[in-house]
Write a protein that binds this ligand. Structure first.
Ligand SMILES: NC(=O)c1ccc[n+]([C@@H]2O[C@H](COP(=O)([O-])OP(=O)(O)OC[C@H]3O[C@@H](n4cnc5c(N)ncnc54)[C@H](OP(=O)(O)O)[C@@H]3O)[C@@H](O)[C@H]2O)c1
Length: 427
């Protein structure tokens, strides 16, 4: 692994903000693990949040899990609250990069981005909420650019595998890749799987506010991206996918929005051919389809009203057939879980003119890894931060508010992820 190149007078290279949250605790463990790898050991880091006792407990727990009793004394604890701008400013002044794990981001995210931009820290988050991600781009891109800071949203399972997966597929394709469909499948061990309440709440408020997202997008005033080659066909709301041998639905997360923003950046700033993208998720057999329809109908009915949202928030297990829970997955459940993204790309071999007929070549790639939310997400977040610290010359020329694909297209992030259990391969 490359040597850490950052030199800074700031006390910490990395501060994990929201380290006491369900996801934050695993980001702490992953960063501590990464620190024991050669040159990364020279990085200085701290944890931050609004409750010192909780943060101390997280460090003690990580020390126990990793068998590193020295961790507790070696890692500093900083107190900062989203509601207290001075505390955020004081935190951001001490960091080269802030890893923000405080969500839902629509409620707590903007003050952190603002404080980072005003106080000279890069910022990475694991947000899966397009409205927040895009509004940060609208409001802070030029300020971040002026200061040479990188504000990079969605560096977790949303949306590094999808966004970097499309770029990896393009890089492996011999010719011009014009379209990719991804099919996400997840599997669980005998203990089953679960997602923590924090993500459930982010989804509830995101769906409730989808009208605002449409209005926000109009403010960018973007022209449509050019379609090169045949136009990608949109699949129906539910279909049997021969690609993953199960029923599938359009993927409802942030990936399509993030990938599209990346493709726009690569086209407008690097003059690359934009890749059209369709994202789908496998749901399994007929029994799962029936469950999903029941959950989907209840969700759509309730999410529109504040009374309904309160019900959804109070009883996540009931309204999701136990898939979301206030306790989150157990470590045993996490050990038994994994994800797989299959990318099916098509395009034109070298010398073939995309305006002269349908694509004449295909490619299949895979991105696979451990449990998505709390194992893979900490890995992608930590490796994204390490890449920003290590590879400043491979980042976009000027700072700004970016997607992972725009930020890391020319870095070695994919290689770093391959070494840490999130694997990219060609089939
Ligand atoms: N991209 C992905 O794949 C992915 C995966 C996992 C999670 N996420 C996202 O990450 C976010 C966190 O999820 P989670 O499950 O970890 O939620 P969580 O357990 O509720 O954690 C929320 C964190 O925010 C902190 N917080 C809340 N209000 C604060 C304030 N005013 N000042 C400072 N800190 C405050 C909490 O502090 P206390 O501990 O003091 O309460 C806690 O540390 C969600 O938006 C979720 O969607 C994304």
């Amino acid at each position: 692994m490359a040597k850490v190149q950052t030199s800074s007078s700031r006390p910490y290279h990395i501060i994990i903000f929201g380290a006491s949250g369900f996801t934050g605790q695993f980001v702490v463990e992953e960063l501590a693990r990464t620190m024991s790898e050669g040159p990364n050991g020279t990085l200085k880091w701290a944890v931050a949040g609004r409750s010192r006792p909780k943060l101390e407990k997280v460090l003690e727990q990580a020390a126990g899990v990793l068998g590193k009793p020295e961790l507790r004394a070696a890692v500093e604890v900083l107190v900062a609250d989203v509601g207290e701008p001075d505390s955020l400013a004081a935190m951001c002044k001490q960091a080269v990069i802030v890893l923000n794990c405080v969500g839902p981001y629509r409620f707590w995210g903007e003050p952190v981005v603002k404080a980072c931009v005003e106080n000279g820290a890069h910022c990475i988050d694991i947000c899966g909420e397009p409205q927040f991600l895009e509004s940060m781009q609208l409001n802070y891109d030029s300020q971040a650019a002026d200061k040479g800071l990188y504000i990079v949203g969605s560096c977790g399972f949303d949306s590094i595998p999808a966004d970097l997966g499309v770029i990896y597929t393009r890089d492996q394709f011999k010719g011009t890749l014009t379209a990719v469909e991804s099919f996400l499948t997840a599997s669980a061990g005998p203990e089953g799987a679960s997602i923590h309440d924090g993500t459930w709440q982010s989804a509830i408020y995101g769906f409730a506010d989808s009208e605002k997202l449409r209005n926000l997008r109009k403010k960018f005033g973007h022209n449509p991206l050019p379609v090169v080659g045949s136009k990608i066909k949109r699949r129906s709301a539910l279909f049997y996918s021969s690609e993953v041998q199960q029923y599938a639905v359009p993927f409802m997360g942030a990936d399509p929005s993030v990938v599209k923003r990346t493709q726009r950046f690569l086209h407008e700033d690097y003059q690359e051919t934009p890749v059209q993208y369709g994202a789908y998720a496998g749901v399994g057999g007929a029994a799962n389809v029936a469950k999903m329809l029941i959950v989907g109908v209840m969700f759509w009915l309730l999410v529109k009203f504040s009374f309904g949202r309160n019900l959804l928030i109070k009883y996540p297990e009931f309204f999701s057939f136990g898939y979301f829970s206030k306790d989150g997955p157990s470590r045993k459940q996490m050990e038994g879980s994994s994800f797989q993204f299959a990318f099916h790309g098509e395009g034109y071999t070298e010398g073939q003119d995309p305006s002269q007929g349908p694509p004449n070549s295909k490619i299949r790639t895979l991105v696979q890894g451990p449990e998505a939310g709390y194992v893979a997400t900490p890995i992608t977040m930590v490796q994204a931060a390490i890449t920003i610290l290590n590879e400043p010359t491979a980042l976009p020329k000027k700072g700004g508010v970016y997607t992972p694909g725009a930020t890391f297209a020319r870095t070695t992030l994919v290689e770093r992820l391959n070494k840490h259990g999130v694997q990219f391969s060609v089939i």
